[in-house]
Design a protein around this ligand. Structure first.
Ligand SMILES: [Mg+2]
Length: 328
């Protein structure tokens, strides 16, 4: 009945499209919306196949190279449920080994404060996040929210070690235990949920008796945006979390740590660019970022609105406060 009303001329928008994707000798059914982009489609395919979006090449009859552009909206493509899409790509079975082999690229960039960023995926709504958030513990009344990236923020994912604990950023548990008094903690990584759970499990973050992780999010909760100068990229929109837990979290009480500034392009006032933790074996004994950041987080926890702060200057926060007090 629903399908009968769709005409050939009107473009598909909100409507769900069911696609068959062939990969590695098997067929998968993927449901997407017309206003989803190719990037979104790839994330859905990743959910089913574990092939990360960046490793997927999509082929479809008569579409040519349009599927190579992540920003293309599916509603602009002549997709038919009778035709099959083919995906070429390999699962990152052992992510650690694969990433060690890959060259180290830190492709972060600055985006001008007033540069307009269009949300390419317009489906920013609670319904979608429900499928992308793994709630582990209830939100706590009156707490602020700390959102943490994993790779290079809490863990050096490019070094190798017999025991992953050797690659953990120093003072991680002390940091999480201390800030838990004032903040709920959400972990958000641009990798897959499988990796997030594995990594956090190995580091003992999910079972530590001194704190509880409120939720885990992975790349499926990221959205694709476009900036004039930098083109298409994915970021972590805190608005999704705020829409999901409106009674607990807002732009006023949320802070996110990430080593990539572009991840908080949608909410620059809530992001703190953390110094990346790399070369764990050499830096394990000297890295004290999490100790210093504990002090910052606890120092600002009393403020009603932490988004008014310039988190770029977090290291000078205490000092500035003391000076101000001296002068008044
Ligand atoms: Mg990172």
């Amino acid at each position: 009945m629903a399908g009968a009303s769709s005409s050939l001329t009107s473009p598909v928008t909100e409507e769900e499209i069911t696609l068959t994707v062939k990969w590695s000798g098997k067929e998968y059914t993927v449901r997407v919306c017309g206003d989803d982009s190719v990037a979104e489609l790839k994330r859905r395919i990743c959910q089913l196949t574990n092939v990360l979006p960046k490793r997927q090449k999509l082929l479809y009859p008569k579409i040519g190279s349009k599927l190579a552009d992540d920003s293309t909206l599916l509603s602009t493509l002549p997709l038919k449920s009778s035709l099959k899409m083919t995906m070429i790509g390999t699962v990152e079975d052992d992510i650690i080994v694969d990433q060690v082999d890959a060259p180290e690229i830190v492709d972060d960039f600055e985006i001008g404060q007033d540069e307009v960023v269009d949300i390419k995926d317009k489906e920013v709504n609670k319904q979608k996040l429900k499928r992308r958030i793994e709630l582990r513990n209830p939100c706590r009344e009156g707490k602020k929210l700390l959102v943490l990236d994993i790779d290079y923020t809490l863990f050096d994912h490019r070094s190798t070690a017999e025991n992953p604990l050797e690659l953990m950023r120093p003072y991680l548990h002390e940091f999480l235990s201390a800030v838990y008094a004032e903040y709920d903690i959400i972990i958000w990584s641009a990798t897959s949920m499988k990796w997030v759970e594995l990594k956090m499990g190995q580091l003992g973050v999910l079972t530590n008796p001194s704190y509880k992780i409120t939720a885990l999010l992975d790349h499926l909760a990221m959205i694709t945006v476009q900036s004039d100068s930098r083109g298409i990229f994915d970021c972590k929109p805190l608005g999704l979390i705020w829409a999901h837990f409106p009674e607990f979290y807002s732009s006023k009480n949320t802070i996110m740590f990430d080593d990539l500034r572009r991840n908080f392009v949608m909410n620059p006032q809530n992001g703190l660019t953390i110094k990346p933790f790399r070369k764990a074996h050499a830096n394990r004994d000297s890295d004290r970022e999490l100790v210093k950041l504990t002090q910052y987080l606890l120092a600002i926890a009393d403020l009603d609105d932490i988004s008014i702060l310039d988190h770029k200057k977090w290291e000078f926060y205490d000092e500035a406060n003391v000076k101000r007090r001296r002068h008044t």
